[in-house]
Design a protein around this ligand. Structure first.
Ligand SMILES: [Fe+2]
Length: 292
């Protein structure tokens, strides 16, 4: 399972001299790209933000929405919030720089989504098995159908006490799909239109979204899969960055505190190897198209 993690010697968010095609092939195959020397620099003054006290207590993360230039889920006075926002924004820019310099081909296709700063501890914040991210899962969100659009995430550990971000990384997406797809039925006729009309979903849920949610839930609800499927436990140390397609790579967050994360979206046709995407894998297995 060690091959699920590809280590890349890079210490600059502007990537130079990397084998872009090989890294894209690994990433799009569902591997985790691990940059042990790629730290996110925080100033002396910004060290004060390494505390859960900046979280407003309602949201589990502090989020930044670049489209409206707004920080959410944080509390503090105006000057502190402006400094906190500037730090999170800098992480967003660093992440975009990393991805577009590693994969110039993605540049024209990327849709930049939320940036998050996670000052709370991973352990002990679980409210239900479905929300328990210490269970291996692929990302799929009930209210946000994505019709096959990819979820690419850039993570960085900024823990000041040397504490690693503990993850488990699971087997290839094809193997997960092979394990569960036969058990997953088709969505009920009319259910997608109804959920959309009731605003349970933000757009109409495709059969692809239906299957991805089922995979997410079935993986988390399966103790045998959690305990016995091939997996790699790994601690990402402070000062390191890692990148994966979280809709494809089974992952579980087991422990740690103080992390940044940037989400980017990419259409399947923006990939180097669209045939490796969850959408195309599932369509091959089902034998028909899963998005209208
Ligand atoms: Fe996740």
């Amino acid at each position: 399972m060690q091959e699920r993690l590809i280590s890349v010697e890079l210490d600059d968010w502007q990537a130079n001299g990397v084998d872009s095609a090989a890294l894209a092939a690994a990433l799009e195959d569902g591997k985790v790209l691990y940059f042990p020397k790629l730290a996110f620099a925080m100033s002396e003054a910004e060290q004060r933000f390494l505390s859960p006290a900046w979280s407003d207590g309602k949201a589990k993360n502090i989020g930044y929405d670049g489209a409206i230039d707004k920080l959410k889920g944080a509390q503090g006075d105006a000057a502190d919030l402006a400094a906190l926002k500037a730090m999170v924004k800098r992480y967003r820019e660093s992440s975009i720089n990393l991805i577009t310099s590693l994969f110039p081909h993605y540049r024209q296709h990327l849709r930049i989504a939320q940036t998050s700063f996670r000052p709370s501890r991973v352990e002990g914040r679980v409210s239900s098995w479905r929300k328990d991210d210490s269970r291996l899962h692929v990302d799929a969100f009930p209210s946000r159908p994505n019709h096959g659009e990819r979820i690419l995430r850039v993570f960085n550990n900024v823990n000041p006490q040397g504490e690693p971000r503990q993850w488990r990384v699971g087997q290839r997406f094809d193997d997960v799909a092979a394990r569960y797809l036969g058990q997953i039925g088709r969505p009920l006729p009319g259910s997608a239109a109804l959920m959309n009309a009731l605003h349970i979903t933000k757009s109409r849920r495709s059969e692809y979204d239906h299957i991805m949610l089922q995979l997410h839930d079935r993986m988390k609800a399966d103790p045998d899969y959690q305990a016995n499927s091939p997996q790699l436990a790994f601690g990402f140390p402070p000062g390191s960055t890692w990148v994966c397609f979280s809709d494809q790579t089974p992952h579980a967050a087991m422990g740690g505190q103080f992390m940044f994360e940037q989400t980017l979206h990419l259409p399947v046709n923006g990939l180097h190897h669209p045939e490796c995407s969850p959408l195309r894998v599932l369509e091959r297995m089902r034998g028909y198209r899963l998005v209208a």
